[in-house]
Design a protein around this ligand. Structure first.
Ligand code: ATP
Ligand code: MG
Length: 246
């Protein structure tokens, strides 16, 4: 990371790619994570590599949802762990949520490596190692979750999530917050709160909103949730990508 000059016009994109590479080398990110990163990067380029106003609103609604939740869980996959481990730990802290490792290509080694990586970045408790419950309507390996984690959660943050699992979690009745740069992907399409933004910008912004709302009463948080319009957020992102207009 030290080698990339901060004034490079594509600094953030280079940093992101470098972190995914390092994640693959460290055994926490699957090689396929590089392809996911490439797709995300293309959409981010079209968004102007900035948090558009509708994404910031979604990030505020996400903070409100997480603060209102009884059992919020933040889901971590190999790309999330490579890109924002400390930032996810900080968000978990700010909203009192659990972190749970949940992988598309699940292996015990990778789960253990990611849990260790998260602990190195300030996470104190990491779920996902028990895998003692199943998400209905998903194939075996991808359905594994912790009974006292994602399975029992009322609000889940699932960044860069695969469409099938996002749909299956939605069918379980969970309030789903998705971070995904492609507004047309199935995951944001089924989300209660779709955040079309780079996870590198989105997670710290959700945390900032959560800190800002820490003392807000329940009525204020509920009003933020009610005022958020998921269709409008998806349309605004698509419009920006297609036309460059806000
Ligand atoms: P599917 O149609 O099955 O959902 P997909 O193209 O969405 O396929 P996945 O690997 O399931 O592929 O999902 C990766 C998603 O994560 C993509 O939509 C991509 O745009 C998004 N993405 C990748 N990197 C980032 C990032 N840094 N921040 C936010 N979203 C990202
Ligand atoms: Mg997708």
């Amino acid at each position: 990371e030290e080698e990339i000059p901060e004034d490079h016009p594509r600094y953030q994109d280079l940093l992101t790619r470098h972190r995914i590479e390092a994640g693959v080398e460290k055994g926490i990110t699957h090689l396929q994570g590089m392809h996911a990163e490439g797709r995300g990067s293309a959409f981010d380029y079209l968004l102007g590599e900035e948090t558009i106003p509708s994404a910031d609103e979604a990030e505020r609604a996400a903070a409100a949802q997480l603060l209102l939740a009884d059992r919020p869980v933040l889901s971590i996959n190999g790309n999330v762990a490579a890109l924002v481990p400390g930032e996810m730990a900080a968000l978990a802290d700010a909203v009192d949520a659990d972190l749970e490792v949940n992988l598309f290509n699940r292996t015990p080694d990778r789960i253990e490596a990611i849990a260790e990586h998260l602990r190195e970045h300030g996470a104190d408790d990491v779920k996902g190692l028990e895998a003692d419950a199943r998400i209905p309507n998903l194939d075996h390996e991808r359905s594994k979750v912790d009974a006292d984690g994602i399975y029992a959660a009322d609000v889940v943050l699932v960044p860069l999530e695969d469409g099938d699992r996002a749909e299956a979690l939605d069918e379980m009745g969970k309030t789903e917050i998705v971070i995904d740069l492609n507004p047309l992907s199935r995951s944001p399409q089924v989300a209660d709160v779709p955040i079309v933004d780079n996870i590198i910008r989105a997670v710290p912004t959700i945390t900032e909103h959560a800190r800002d709302l820490a003392d807000a009463d329940e009525a204020t948080l509920r009003a933020i949730v009610e005022d958020f319009d998921r269709e409008r957020a998806l349309e605004a992102a698509e419009k920006r990508i297609r036309s460059g207009e806000l």
